[in-house]
Every structure is written in structure tokens, then in C-alpha cells.
Design a protein around this ligand. Structure first.
Ligand SMILES: Nc1ncnc2c1ncn2[C@@H]1O[C@H](COP(=O)(O)OP(=O)(O)OP(=O)(O)O)[C@@H](O)[C@H]1O
Length: 311
């Protein structure tokens, strides 16, 4: 059998460099809705669905005067997170530190998986990578830009242009069709109706969903819903796709097709992908496997089994 297409590339891994930085400041909690694309659609249009259907907070709190926190040197990395500590319920009896000084980096166009036992902090880290939440301590540069220097409002806009989310349960908006689901992030980004519907149609076509563009989510199979969700994640042409157990709700064969799509997006469109998975075989298909146990990085390895020093 010939080598699968996702095995064919090799990449040079640059060593990240970090400047010494001032002490971080705790940050206020952030709106953590991945489908909040900004306060109002930048087109000035009324959204096709009410904000509550989108789980979009209709009124955002005034942007906090966020301290910039520590600054990282621009290393050329896509993701550069340093000393990330996340404590939930600070100061309450239920206070719980879930991430203990995590260092997480990803190269441009890298396909990384995050694995580890349940409760270890994978989704917490994903929420931080996805800018859905802020850490208690730590620094994060995305494409060289300091993330925590941005207000919540700026972050929502920045996130919608740079990161596409794919979840286990698809998170499509019901009662609107596939085309409108995929077009929605573009409406919030200010793309006019004709252009966004044309792009949504193109993306759905790329996902093999060209025949289903006017189907609503409840008229689609699980695999089809996930393909619509992936098309939506691509709407604003982000550099990064964040996928949390994207095959978890699918049967093996359909999950395989979805995973092949991710490989295609990585290889053909150059998307960086961070995949959270409990499936070791899927993790083995990625370029680097990061294992988190009890809120700490336990191991970083390549699928060949080669270990990185300092893991
Ligand atoms: N919003 C929150 N408030 C308080 N505790 C939380 C919150 N979110 C997560 N936790 C706790 O943080 C810990 C890590 O949870 P997290 O969901 O990040 O783990 P995980 O590795 O993704 O687990 P799984 O594989 O089961 O999804 C758990 O003990 C969880 O109960």
C-alpha cells in the first residue's frame, strides 16, 4: 500500500525563543462563546437568527481595561503559550487549579493532537488556545500577536478571523439551512450577502455537501452535520482549526471520512490543526502528540515514538 498522503511531508521544527517578561496579571473572565463573532454583524444586517439561538450574549460587558500581561518575542510560531496556569473559582471553597504552568507551542501549518485521561485539562487548554477564556497566569502570542493585550471585544473579532472551531456535537444552528450556517461567521465579519453565500456554497461543495446546501441540520446525518460544521469553521479562512473530539459522535467509517477531511485541509490548504482526541490511532496520524495528565504536559512525542527533550 502506498504511503497515505498525510505521512508524506516532513517539517523543520524551529526552537521557540522567549524574552524575559514582566509578571502576568490575572485577567477578568471572558465571554466564552466560540460562535460570538462580534457585537453586531459588521454588515449592519439583522442576523438570520436571534442572538440567544446562537448562544451569543446579546449585550457584552464593557471591555475591561485589560493589562497587556507578559509579552512574548515573535518566534514565528502560530501558537506560543507560556506558563499557563488556570484556576477555576478563584478565592472560593471550590477553587481548583486545572493547568499548572503549561507550555504549549505549535508551528505554522502544524497538525498537533492533544491526548490524555479524562479531567486532565485538555478542553480547558483548548478553550485557552481558542481565546474563549483567559488564564489565571501566563502569556500567549498567536502569530506573534499578544493575545491578552486585547479587550474581550477585540478578542472576539480576532478569534473569528483566525480560528475555526469544530466540536463533537457539531453545534450547528437549527432551523436555518447548511448554507446559512456556513455563511453566518462571514456576516459577522462584514462580508456582503452575495459573496458570503457564494463562498458558503463553495465550501460546502468542497466538503462534498453541494447537494445538501438547503438542508437544515435535523435533515442531515451526523457525518453530514460535521462536514457542515467544518465548512463553517473555514468560513473566514482561519489559520487554525481547533477540533475537540470531532469524530467522537460518529461511527468508525464516518469518523474516518471526517479525519481524512482534516488531513486534506492540512495538506492542501495549509491549515494548522489542534485536535483533541481520546483515540490513539487518530493521534498517531498527526505530526506531534501532546499528552496532558493532571494539568501538566506529561509527554510530547512524534508518532514515530521519537521523544522531544524536556517533554
Ligand atoms: N468551568 C469550570 N469550572 C470549574 N471546574 C471546571 C470548569 N471546567 C472544567 N473544570 C474542571 O477542570 C478539570 C479539567 O477539565 P477538562 O474538561 O479540561 O478536562 P479534559 O481533559 O478535557 O476531560 P475530558 O477528556 O473528560 O473531556 C476537571 O476536573 C473539570 O471538572
Amino acid at each position: 500500500m502506498s504511503t497515505p498522503f498525510w505521512r508524506k511531508k516532513s517539517r523543520q521544527k524551529a526552537e521557540p525563543q522567549v524574552q524575559s517578561v514582566p509578571q502576568p496579571q490575572p485577567q477578568p473572565q471572558h465571554d466564552n462563546d466560540p460562535f460570538f463573532f462580534g457585537e453586531e454583524p459588521a454588515t449592519g444586517e439583522q442576523p438570520a437568527v436571534a442572538p440567544e439561538q446562537l448562544a451569543v450574549a446579546p449585550e457584552q460587558p464593557a471591555a475591561p481595561a485589560a493589562p497587556a500581561g507578559p509579552q512574548l518575542a515573535d518566534t514565528g510560531l502560530l501558537i506560543d503559550m507560556r506558563n499557563i496556569v488556570k484556576t477555576y473559582n478563584v478565592g472560593e471553597p471550590s477553587e481548583l487549579t486545572v493547568l499548572h504552568g503549561v507550555e504549549f507551542q505549535a508551528q505554522q501549518r502544524e497538525f498537533v493532537s492533544i491526548v490524555g485521561p479524562s479531567g486532565g485539562g485538555k478542553s480547558t487548554l483548548m478553550n485557552l488556545i481558542g481565546m474563549l477564556d483567559r488564564p489565571t497566569e501566563g502569556a500567549y502570542a498567536f502569530n506573534g500577536e499578544p493575545v491578552y493585550a486585547k479587550s474581550d471585544k477585540e478578542l472576539a473579532t480576532y478569534r473569528s478571523h483566525n480560528i475555526g472551531f469544530v466540536f463533537q456535537n457539531f453545534n450547528l444552528v437549527g432551523r436555518i439551512d447548511a448554507l446559512q450556517n456556513v455563511a453566518m461567521p462571514m456576516m459577522y465579519a462584514g462580508v456582503d450577502k452575495k459573496a458570503r453565500e457564494a463562498r458558503a456554497e463553495e465550501l460546502l461543495g468542497m466538503m462534498g455537501m453541494g447537494e445538501r446546501i438547503h438542508h437544515q441540520p435535523n435533515e442531515l446525518s451526523g457525518g453530514q452535520k460535521q462536514r457542515v460544521a467544518i465548512a463553517r469553521a473555514l468560513a473566514n479562512d482561519p489559520d487554525l482549526l481547533l477540533a475537540d473530539e470531532p469524530t467522537g459522535a460518529l461511527d468508525t467509517k464516518t469518523g474516518r471520512l471526517v479525519m481524512d477531511l482534516f488531513h486534506q485541509l492540512h495538506d492542501e490548504l495549509g491549515k494548522a490543526i489542534v485536535l483533541i482526541t481520546h483515540n490513539p490511532e487518530l493521534a498517531e496520524e498527526t505530526e506531534r502528540i501532546v499528552e496532558i495528565i493532571d494539568g501538566r504536559i506529561n509527554d510530547i512525542r512524534e508518532p514515530s515514538g521519537m521523544r522531544h527533550e524536556g517533554a
